[in-house]
Design a protein around this ligand. Sequence first.
Ligand code: SAH
Ligand code: SF4
Ligand code: F3S
Length: 477
Amino acid sequence: MNLPNYKEARVRGKESFPIENFVLDKKYQELGRGKTYYIKTYGCQMNEHDTENIKAILESMGYVEAEDMNVSDVILLNTCSIRENAHNKAFGMLGRIKHLKENRPNILVGLCGCMAQEEGVVKKIGEDYPFVNFVFGTHNLYDLPQILSNVSISLKQEIEVLAKPCKMMEDFPLKRVSNKKAYVNIIYGCDKFCTYCIVPFTRGQERSRRREDILKEVTALVRDGYMEVTLLGQNVNAYGKDLYPDYSLANLLEDVSRTGIPRIRFMTSHPWDFTDEMIDVIQKYDNIMPSIHLPVQSGSSRVLKQMGRRYTKEEYLTLFKKMRERIPNVTISTDIIVGFPTETEEDFNETLMLAKFCQFDNAFSFIFSKREGTPACKLEDLTTEEEKHRRLHQLNQILNEGFLASNQRLLGKRVPVLVDGVNETSKTALFGYTDTNKLVNFDGDCSLIGKIVLVEITECKTWSLDGKVVSDINVNV
Ligand code: SAH
Ligand code: SF4
Ligand code: F3S
């Protein structure tokens, strides 16, 4: 048994991490033969991408994906810790699984992802959730075959969580959700330690992947006909700092651009180390999409300081304006937290003013959620729940006005759209995303899926656009 440990998880060192290639031991290759699995994934793109690894590991062991949790032999929850409601969802699901297991006692139930890295969660699973057979963390996905083998023969709960990462894995098998759009990890972990955030504890120290491994992966995706890659990390702007003296995200973006992949996105960028060089590169290469997610979190410099964000409102706005000026048609989206423990009405009004000024193209807004173990958890909370909800509602109204204004600027324009798929509701309605990451619905034939087509925008709503295809040649290639 190995348990999560926040004291160790908090430590940041200068060590480099050994890199190994994943190989499935022969003795596990038949373990899942004739059996099925079901994975429920919560949280961010990093978790979705981990699920793509986990599915491939399970399938290399002979397991087959089940359509439905009720009939599968292994049920795995890949969990998220970011806010309390993510916790509640996972625990709610465990409640359902408990009932399921009363009728089918032989199913194996596992929990992984960020919640598995939380001391309190693992303690609770050990004490109150005996029907959970196994737990593993974000740092040791590669242990899954061995853990499954152990729980298949032993009746005791298997908890194998590493408090901090000890090595990096390459050649992880992948079962990608899409055959046109791919996630590619470039950096793991986060060293920013924003005072409200649990991620530095659950994902560990920043570790960049070697540039040659990233470029090899993207080159293979181009060869396989992929149209878009999203370079992933909790803080992609830190890319390379732990590995190279003079190779940064700007350099990596240039190299990825030269692979010829039609569309490149990246997320998430911390405003603090977003360099001018990055702006130049985005502006220079047509296949780097002019769409940047730049979380601001608050419009009050006082609150930003307490959040440990390392920039002031003025510095954020300077960067924001520079992006708007230098990158034609750029769209900028953001994340905002309301109700940070010390946030006053005045602070909140500054956030409203910033949102009004920026007219973000898209945004995610949240009510502050206390995370056990983070510094902000200890701050005295000044605001009632009711007031926090009021603030969120007021902010959302302003954000929505910005989204609509941003969408309306596209009315009558012809924009390139990568066709994602068919709308659930209608067989002839397709949907896709513009270069600027806006959702567009339009009529068209299924044969367009996976292509970049030109769409004329005919109607603009707050959350999406309607349009008609004006050219169905693959415009970017
Ligand atoms: N690494 C990314 C953020 C990942 S978490 C970045 O720094 O931009 C996504 C968003 O969740 C954050 O931007 C923040 O707005 C929100 N968030 C994180 N911790 C939170 C908490 N304790 N309560 C409410 N929202 C939180
Ligand atoms: Fe969390 Fe801040 Fe790291 Fe983003 S940069 S993951 S908000 S600690
Ligand atoms: Fe959630 Fe972990 Fe992502 S906490 S947001 S799944 S990094």
